[in-house]
Write a protein that binds this ligand. Structure first.
Ligand SMILES: [Zn+2]
Ligand SMILES: [Zn+2]
Length: 130
């Protein structure tokens, strides 16, 4: 079982089994909702995922897209979208041990900030992967 939590520890999640999606996202929506130059996501099927502890608040950041965050401390926790049915995308930084995360590719690389320098050889999609 993989587990994650927010900064204050009240909002928690867990999932079992393999991830369906492990990537960096450089899009402006993620940048602003996370307040960070880049974010990283773990995608998992919703039927192998559950919130534990306090339920998160949700904010519709664009049409069909919900951002989940801790009501108490405001930490971004997850993203789900109508264009990814049956999945939830968790912010990898909320893992109990974020070092366990293994990113496999980048999306929205065209939006990467010029002052962010990355040296990996992972595939870099200019926009979305699909
Ligand atoms: Zn919290
Ligand atoms: Zn994004």
């Amino acid at each position: 079982m993989m587990k994650g939590h927010c900064f204050c520890g009240q909002t928690r999640w867990e999932y079992s089994g393999d991830e369906t999606w492990s990537c960096y996202c450089h899009c402006d929506d993620c940048r602003r909702t996370c307040g960070a130059p880049v974010t990283a996501f773990i995608g998992v099927p919703i039927d192998r995922f559950r919130w534990t502890g306090k339920s998160p608040k949700r904010y519709q950041s664009s049409f069909g897209v919900l951002r989940h965050f801790c009501e108490t401390c405001g930490s971004p926790m997850a993203f789900d979208a109508e264009h990814y049915p049956g999945e939830i995308h968790l912010y990898a930084a909320s893992l109990e041990n974020p070092a366990d995360f293994k990113p496999l590719f980048h999306v929205h690389y065209d939006s990467k900030l010029p002052w962010l320098h990355l040296t990996d050889d992972l595939p870099k999609y200019p926009h979305s992967k699909t």
